[in-house]
Design a protein around this ligand. Structure first.
Ligand code: ARG
Length: 537
């Protein structure tokens, strides 16, 4: 049930009768009543009448029977109080989007031969939460892990691997391996030349180079899957579609863009110049599609991937969960794709997000200034919390609870706190409800509202649907997190004010139902965010 939209529907009819045209009644949850409509205030100028008169006319017109009572308030607000009978509610369920789409969601996207690090944490967590929410609300979701598994750096890595067989080095060693290959590359002219030839060999399908490359990719995949498993991320090896996958399509992408007159030659490179895009110097900024040496880069691959997802995967919407620094890159890629005619019937969205900061307010790093490996972070989460589920839940919740566009400071003590807007607080609310229900020897029964705390809890339970809808539609997991926190707070107050197991039979049955529904709603909501609840805390 979506109380907000039920109320809005009834009010919309009355407002339309009064204003003579359709009006959004702007129904919002309120501190002064259950809900409030402030639409009369916005109509005053238009209708040439004081807002209170308009609100009074709406009040005379509106039919809220069986749903709520309305009352005029202040300068022209309508305060709405929902009837108790409506608040007896129903078990929670996830709303379906009336317009299901086929959505490709590109998230995580780590780079091969480098371990997952804290820089990929937000894309991984936010992307996974969005994929879960969109899938649960009825969309056909295709998860894509756009692995950085191609490019000139592989020449260096393969050449180093060819000459220094480290056997089945773990990827932990490969990070070190990457570093050593880099040192060699920077300091040895002969090696550098061989590394460049390796790139050519790899690209032309030389079996030895290909086999070495495959080993790097396979070892990285194992390591990524290990981290995803620990983090509870729903990416399977089948969702890994690396940059290499699109290589065979690049020449054709260039041909098509050239034929459509979208590329110009600039210093030997083939570039697109999307209108309005300028660099720091104010000069038009090129999107380099083919480099002067004939090679292809990040942008060309993204163009090919976009065309593939729109045309072959038949996506109606493409989501890219990638940090804010790549905003311009995606804007330019989308502009070129649109000009090429690849986006008819397909929408694109860059789901950007801010950075994770250290206590000093700068990008989170280790004490020595290195990037933090995700596996180390997860080890620390497990040691600091009493169980991995609590540690991981705390990290994920802290990331999802704030507006994704904002930076946030990574603070173990705050995210692991048992009270406040934290993962452990919500997990604890669920385990407390579970043990309460396990202790009950009688069955739950019909809901009866006898105390304001019960009423508040019942009202909050009914706000689950609109919270899920808003979080999924706006791609803002924090809306769902904020709702779940409100619900846990409403439950805590109810639990303190209203005895459950010790109250008389009918009241006990009602309160058991309210508790049960709270537990179910919190569990469902946390699952949409990708957060598990441990059995005990
Ligand atoms: N591998 C890239 C990086 O580490 C992220 C890939 C994002 N996805 C994309 N389609 N460009 O920055």
């Amino acid at each position: 049930m979506n109380l907000e939209s039920l109320l809005a529907e009834r009010l919309a009819a009355a407002f339309e009768a009064v204003a003579g045209r359709p009006v959004d009644p702007v129904v919002r949850a309120s501190q002064h009543a259950d809900f409030q409509s402030g639409a009369a205030l916005g109509l005053a100028k238009d209708l040439g009448k004081p807002p209170r008169d308009i609100a009074t006319a709406v009040l005379n017109e509106v039919d809220l029977s069986g749903l709520a009572k309305a009352e005029l308030s202040g300068p022209g607000f309508l305060n709405l109080t929902v009837d108790d009978e409506v608040l007896t509610g129903e078990p929670p369920h996830i709303p379906r989007d009336p317009n299901p789409e086929r959505i490709v969601i590109d998230y995580s996207g780590p780079n091969v031969a480098k371990e997952l690090h804290v820089g990929h944490l937000r894309s991984t967590i936010i992307g996974d939460a969005l994929a879960r929410m969109l899938e649960a609300t009825g969309h056909d979701v295709v998860r894509v892990n756009h692995l950085g598994d191609w490019g000139t750096q592989f020449g260096m890595l393969i050449e180093y691997l060819a000459g220094n067989d480290h056997g089945q080095a773990s990827l932990g060693d490969l990070t070190e391996f990457y570093r050593r290959a880099r040192v060699r590359f920077d300091g040895d002219d002969g090696f550098r030349t061989r590394a460049r030839l390796r790139v050519v060999a790899l690209q032309s399908g030389d079996p030895t180079s290909r086999a070495l490359w495959q080993r790097l990719v396979a070892q990285s995949t194992t390591s990524f899957m290990d981290s995803y498993g620990r983090l509870g991320i729903g990416l399977a090896p089948g969702d890994f579609v690396g940059e290499s996958f699109y290589q065979p399509m690049l020449a054709d992408v260039v041909d098509e863009l050239t034929a459509k007159g979208l590329l110009v030659e600039s210093e030997g490179a083939l570039c697109a110049f999307p209108p309005g895009e300028t660099g720091r110097d104010g000069e038009p900024l090129p999107l380099i599609v083919r480099k002067s040496d004939g090679g292809f880069g990040y942008a060309a691959t993204d163009l090919a991937a976009l065309r593939f997802r729109a045309q072959e995967l038949k996506a109606t919407r493409l989501l890219y969960v990638v940090g804010t620094p790549q905003k311009q890159h995606f804007r330019m890629v989308f502009a070129v794709a649109r000009a090429a005619g690849w986006l008819t019937g397909t929408e694109t969205e860059h789901i950007d997000f801010g950075s994770i900061l250290g206590p000093d307010g700068r990008m989170l790093k280790t004490r020595s200034g290195d990037t933090i490996k995700l596996s180390d972070l997860l080890d620390e989460a497990a040691t600091r919390a009493t169980s991995p589920a609590i540690g991981v839940g705390a990290v994920k919740y802290a990331d999802l609870a704030g507006d994704r566009r904002s930076d946030y400071v990574f603070d173990w003590d705050r995210m692991l706190a048992a009270t406040g807007n934290t993962g452990p607080y919500l997990q604890y609310a669920v385990t407390r409800i579970r043990s309460l229900l396990a202790k009950a020897t009688t069955a739950p029964g019909p809901v009866r509202l006898t105390d304001p705390a019960e009423r508040r809890l019942a009202l909050t339970l009914l706000a689950f649907e609109p919270a899920v809808t808003a979080a999924a539609r706006k791609r803002e997991p924090h809306r769902l997190a904020a709702y779940l926190h409100d619900l846990a707070v409403a439950f805590t107050t109810f639990y303190e004010k209203c005895p459950i197991l010790k109250s008389e039979a009918a009241l006990r049955a009602s309160r058991l139902t309210l508790s049960d529904r709270t537990g179910q709603t919190l569990t469902l909501g946390l699952d949409l965010l990708g957060i598990e609840v441990p059995d005990v805390m």
